[in-house]
Design a binder for this molecule. Sequence first.
Ligand SMILES: [Mn+2]
Length: 375
Amino acid sequence: MAERPADPHSRRTPEPGDEPHPAPQDGFAKANGWDRAYEVYSDFDLPVYVGPSTFAKLPWVTDPAELRARAVDVAIVGAPFDDAVSNRPGARFAPRAIREANYATGSLHTLQHPGGLQPLEILTVVDAGDANVTPAWIERGHALIYRKVREVAETGAIPMVMGGDHSITWPSATAIAEVRRPGSIGVVHFDAHADTANEDWGVLSGHGTPMRRLIESGAVKGRNFIQVGLRGYWPPVETFEWMRTQGMRWHYMREIEERGSEAVVADAIAEALDGPDYVYISVDIDVIDPGLAPGTGTPEPGGMLTREVLRAIRQIVGAVELAGLDVVEVSPPYDHAETTAMAANRVILEAIGALAAKKAAGRTVRWRDSGSSRS
Ligand SMILES: [Mn+2]
């Protein structure tokens, strides 16, 4: 087997001689006391604002052969694309902002599971980098996002994709549906908006249309496309009529207010898996109330609490075979105090935590290489 390339984000404990800039033992260093020995840290353990920016400071591994060699369970993927927005832009900056939106480094300790859990010690998680996106070309962006997600999923890793505007769910969920064949996927889609328009001002691949494209293409059956959190003033009546003809099922925000999030999400899980084998989760951050997550392109007041969404992620991931996940529509230029980017960061961390709990309980998390079953 070929020698693996040196990993700049090595998680091993640094040893003497590893110092990035060893102290000179003479001159001003000696005179000023700067020659003493200090403990040094790997990039993984340094503060989040020091060194390369990767998700949870995890290794940056873009080579699919290396993803396979490491038997990666979860691969974080960036889709820095916002050419398809209808209102406020800026989601192209989200993958970088989400990567940086945490203060804890090293082996994170999640308190959201009984007894606590160190998910990054249980799962093999890496940051697989960004899709090869360039600006101002919707078709190319979608094609390269599709290829990146597919390439990662084929290694057996579960892709967790950071958008990007919501149009990226079309290529991303398509890639997952394809790789996991002959199994099929249901989708649980958190959003203020249905995103089932036929077109946005004549554009078929806008961020208001991806769910219709996924259903029309056959990647996901309408009846297993389950929407949670819809509210506000869009889409129009005829769009809901199309959704009914597809057998789509949705849960308005007012249902969450009346029944509580946990009961509604339990129904959404059952509906998504009413036929399909696996689940893809798509979280439009605008499902959260803009008071808690203001940095988004099409904010709609009256949404879910951040804590309800994070609990819902744990609830779903704990209950289903997770095929993939995306979190989209974070727009850092409109964010305040990074609250929106942090919410998106935690959506991913909660999914990772729930997967780690499964693996700790002896269940398999990653997929067979290019296959439709767990390895
Ligand atoms: Mn959306």
